[in-house]
Design a protein around this ligand. Structure first.
Ligand SMILES: Nc1ncnc2c1ncn2[C@@H]1O[C@H](COP(=O)(O)OP(=O)(O)OP(=O)(O)O)[C@@H](O)[C@H]1O
Length: 766
């Protein structure tokens, strides 16, 4: 114990030193008053890196060193949250990062396969103090004993599992199990599906895998960032501490509703509405909605005499005879050229030309516009330059170019084009679509999603993203502005270089001189580029603001919940298809899930994906799991639950009351059962929440000692104790989820009879 304490003291001192260095470095960097572009740039980059490093060093102090491995050759290695080296010239390693290859035996070595180890030690600390040791002997022939040998190899794991919950998920870096370690360290390429029942550590494994990949492939992933997708913001809050505690901050955590930059999708809607919006058929429906916005009004006049013979040009005289033409829906008043006629055939030809480009709507729009302008130019040319003797048009190319320009810059021509091929934002398209979905969907589905106004919902986000793909962004104006700005910067940089060249002393011109002037190494263009790079947000921050960002890796938790439309969005965010998908089909809320993994993945990766399973439930004690499994089996007789790693000896309790006494019984149970330490959740159908409002806080704060949840909101969370209220009102999978949230005890309060399976055993009387 004393030796471990000494090691920890040394490590904490070195950590403090590193922190001081990082903080001082950051201060110096920020104080740099560089006026020179290059100096400013370097300062910003260094400041960004320094701040990140400081945050990481701050976050890893608690439980910094949690293990030690002793090798057969006599070397001992302390294992910790990050790697730490001494300040000596050799930079001697003092602490080994848990993710380093040499740390791997800490997680995998067994007596059967000791991987060169004689001993594995778990070190328990509280703040800066070592409080306990557990040694496992891996080489029975090694006679040395320390007195901390533990016959129960799982003691440290069981202590972690039995500890009181805080409302925030903790990392499992001390006790990662072998089956979990293999998943955490699996290669990054390709799609890895991790399936497992409740409490098997899927979330924990997914987060540690993100930390591992960031360590093992820092170069690529720091630039491209890792995205972690969770089911809702409350869940993301619950898991939000895990990666920082592992020293990783450069990850974007987001729920589906947060993946369309500029849109806050916090509206709610019916389950059916979300399910309809999630169907793959919506992609096609939206594509049709876009084409509808390119529909030419029937009232656009047909070219006189044109229908019968499309090649025949009309008699220019007809243009004057306005009142002989059909309803003139698109007459354009042009200042110089008088009335221009946009005939239906012209508009159709323009549309065909634009569609033939295959470009998204907004990008094809300029092609439509060019075609219309060309046609109108020809019309004016016919009018102005027609040879009265029937010869070729009298106007020359310059005249035509001039007329074209006049037409192209006319506001009236623009509004005519806008009417026929309007520029559209995804928001406009989806708003229009939701207001009148009956044009694209069967009436039942249309009725479920029809909406005018109101906030965006998470299920709208994949629709917005799909719309953004179909529409494209015509950023030619922005790009032109950026290019102009770039040219300006080059001119500025050239000025700076000229000045610095002008201020050279003659020594610099000395042939012998080895000193290089600025302009020897950077030309104006390079310097301007560097100035342009002055966006020092982290990759994760930039990714959050960019819909088209391609992530280096995506982790999806509760992946079974995502709709086909949501998968389309996520796959677009990861063209490299480097993904970890974790989920449990048995916990799928029936309406919205996308079906089997094979069905989900086939369109994107064919059958090139890997499937793994986690089979041990670390959360739910055996007594509770038996009930949850019985409920599940009542509906799916073939169901196989995960094996609980522990049992508490405490059977779930049941309390049946009269319907009007339900709320009072729940409140009394809460008073009776609220633990001194740890968290209690009451999971009740939303209809009962008003009667239980005494338990509800402001918003969903999982760190409150008692939390009131609707069945849907319980997914992914855990509590020491759980009271399930009126389970007969829960859907199958919701009930299974609710019953598997407790780490210690489960109570059920009900007025209606219990659902099949749940009450099969004797009921405890309260
Ligand atoms: N190796 C481990 N060491 C310590 N605790 C662990 C380990 N593996 C899992 N746990 C704990 O088990 C609990 C369940 O883990 P997690 O939430 O990741 O499971 P899950 O499979 O995502 O569950 P669900 O599907 O029910 O949401 C957590 O408290 C987690 O910390």
């Amino acid at each position: 114990m004393r030796r471990e304490q000494e090691t920890l003291d040394r490590l904490l001192l070195r950590l403090a030193e590193l922190r001081r260095e990082a903080a001082a470095g950051l201060r110096t960097t920020l104080a740099l008053q560089g006026t020179h572009l290059q100096a400013r740039l370097e300062r910003d980059v260094a400041a960004g890196e320094g701040a990140g490093r400081l945050a990481a060093l701050d976050a890893v102090e608690s439980g910094l060193c949690f293990g030690r491995i002793d090798h057969r050759d006599g070397i001992s290695r302390p294992i910790g949250r990050i790697g730490i080296r001494d300040g000596d010239p050799e930079r001697t390693p003092l602490l080994i990062d848990w993710r380093a290859p040499v740390a791997r035996p800490f997680y995998l070595a067994t007596g059967h396969e000791p991987m060169g180890l004689t001993r594995r030690r778990h070190i328990t600390t509280e703040g800066p103090t070592v409080t306990d040791l557990h040694d496992e002997i891996l080489d029975l022939t090694d006679p040395t004993r320390t007195g901390y040998e533990d016959h129960d190899a799982d003691a440290v794991l069981l202590a972690a599992l039995g500890s009181a919950r805080t409302g925030r998920m903790a990392d499992i870096v001390r006790t990662i199990q072998a089956e979990q370690d293999r998943i955490i360290r699996a290669p990054r390429r390709g799609v890895l599906v991790v399936e497992g029942g409740p409490g098997t550590g899927k979330t924990a494994v997914a987060l540690h895998r993100a930390a591992y990949l960031l360590y093992a492939e820092r170069e690529q992933l720091a630039r491209r960032a890792v995205l972690i997708v969770g089911p809702n913001p409350a869940f993301l809050g619950y898991i939000g501490d895990v990666l920082p505690s592992l020293g990783e901050t450069g990850v974007l955590l987001a729920s589906l509703g947060e993946l369309f930059p500029g849109v806050r999708a916090d509206g709610t809607e019916s389950v059916r509405s979300a399910a309809v919006k999630g169907r793959a058929a919506m992609a096609d429906a939206l594509a049709r909605a876009v084409r509808d916005r390119q529909l030419l009004p029937e009232t656009v006049p047909a070219l006189p005499g044109h229908r019968a013979d499309p090649a025949a040009r009309p008699d220019p005289g007809d243009y004057e005879a306005e009142n002989t033409l059909p309803e003139p829906a698109l007459l354009v008043d042009h200042e110089q050229h008088g009335t221009l006629w946009l005939y239906r055939e012209m508009a159709y030809a323009a549309r065909d030309r634009a569609r033939a480009t295959g470009l998204p709507h907004n990008l094809a729009r300029p092609h439509f516009a060019y075609a219309v302008v060309d046609a109108l130019t020809a019309q004016v040319a016919d009018r102005l330059g027609a040879d009265p003797y029937g010869g070729p048009n009298l106007l020359g190319p310059d005249d035509l170019a001039q007329i074209g320009k006049e037409i192209a810059t006319s506001a009236d021509v623009h509004s005519a084009i806008d009417e026929l091929w309007p520029p559209l934002t995804p928001q406009e398209l989806v708003t229009g679509f939701l207001a009148d979905p009956g044009r694209y969907l069967p009436e039942g589905d249309a009725a479920a999603i029809r909406r005018t106004g109101g906030p965006w919902t998470p299920a709208d986000v994949p629709l917005l993203d799909e719309a953004a793909e179909l529409l494209g962004v015509d950023d030619s104006a922005r790009l032109a502005a950026e290019e102009a700005e770039r040219q300006e910067r080059i001119a500025y940089a050239q000025g700076v270089l000229d000045l610095s060249a002008g201020s050279e002393t003659y020594e610099f011109e000395d042939e012998e001189s080895e000193v290089l002037a600025a302009h020897d190494i950077v030309d104006a263009e390079r310097m301007a580029e560097r100035q342009e790079e002055a966006d020092h947000r982290t990759a994760a921050e930039r990714a959050a603001a960019d819909r088209t960002w391609a992530f280096g890796h995506i982790v999806v938790d509760e992946a079974q919940e995502l709709s086909p439309m949501a998968w389309r969005l996520l796959m677009r965010r990861c063209p490299a298809r480097s993904m970890t998908l974790v989920g449990d089909p048995a916990q799928t809320a029936d309406e919205s899930g996308a079906g089997s993994w094979a069905q989900i993945l086939r369109p994107y990766v064919g059958d090139r994906w890997t499937h793994t399973r986690l089979g041990v439930n670390y959360r739910t004690p055996a007594e509770i799991m038996a009930r949850a499994a019985a409920v599940r089996r009542a509906v799916h007789p073939e169901f196989e639950p995960p094996r609980s790693v522990r049992s508490t000896g405490t059977e779930p309790w049941f309390e049946r009351v009269a319907p009007d006494g339900l709320a009072a019984a729940v409140l009394a149970a809460v008073r009776r059962e609220t633990p001194d330490e740890g968290r209690l959740a009451v999971i009740a159908p939303a209809a009962l929440h008003p009667a239980l409002s005494a338990l509800a806080g402001d918003g969903l704060d999982l760190t409150r000692q008692v939390v009131l949840l609707a069945p849907r909101d319980a997914k992914g969370l855990e509590f020491d104790g759980v009271i399930v209220v009126e389970p007969a009102a829960f859907g199958d999978s919701d009930l299974y989820v609710a019953l598997t949230r407790a780490t210690q005890w489960l109570g059920v309060v009900h007025a209606a009879p219990l659902p099949p399976g749940l009450g099969d055993d004797p009921v405890r009387e309260n």
